[in-house]
Design a binder for this molecule. Structure first.
Ligand SMILES: NC(=O)c1ccc[n+]([C@@H]2O[C@H](COP(=O)([O-])OP(=O)(O)OC[C@H]3O[C@@H](n4cnc5c(N)ncnc54)[C@H](OP(=O)(O)O)[C@@H]3O)[C@@H](O)[C@H]2O)c1
Length: 146
């Protein structure tokens, strides 16, 4: 079972559609499971990255996850949502994690890059034992629409 966070958003929503179409077992995490519009057969599960205790039930029984955070950079001293998601994945014993980062995560020195560098490290930490993939996209077209 693959857990997709941000499942009601632009990236997670598209990922859910593609995984479901490919016949992969997938679970959608959202703070409002009752309102989520998902492909047939995809279950929604409650999870709030601002409430780490809520995440264990969301991750239970999954072997892989797509992790993203919508926490605005600089609203906390560190990316607490990313850190909580990675910790929950570790507690649940996940083997494979894909994390949505940013273009210069891991290398850049601006606030967004530094924020994402910390978030990436929570996933790539060898002690976690994940097989990991970092996605480092550039600017989204949805920014212009927003
Ligand atoms: N914009 C860019 O140019 C750009 C560039 C590189 C990387 N990125 C990354 O992409 C992310 C945005 O992706 P997107 O466009 O797919 O996002 P989006 O469409 O804005 O969707 C945000 C998702 O985050 C979920 N969410 C919000 N707060 C949450 C919380 N406290 N706990 C759990 N889930 C929560 C929402 O789910 P519910 O409301 O259903 O709970 C929703 O599914 C950015 O945050 C950044 O990390 C963006």
């Amino acid at each position: 079972m693959i857990l997709v966070t941000g499942a009601t958003g632009h990236v997670g929503g598209e990922l859910i559609r593609r995984l479901a179409a490919a016949g992969e077992p997938v679970r959608a995490m959202t703070r409002r499971p009752g309102e989520a519009r998902l492909p047939a057969g995809v279950a929604a599960v409650y999870g709030d990255a601002a409430d780490p205790a809520s995440l264990d039930a969301a991750f239970a029984g999954t072997s892989g996850a797509f992790l993203m955070s919508a926490q605005a950079v600089g609203t906390a001293p560190e990316p607490t949502h990313d850190l909580a998601l990675a910790a929950a994945a570790a507690r649940a014993g996940l083997r494979r994690v894909v994390k949505l980062s940013t273009l210069d995560g891991g290398t850049g020195d601006d606030p967004i890059a530094r924020w994402q560098t910390t978030a990436e490290a929570a996933v790539t930490d060898p002690a976690r034992g994940f097989a990991w993939t970092l996605l480092r996209p550039g600017r989204f077209m949805s920014n212009a629409l927003h």
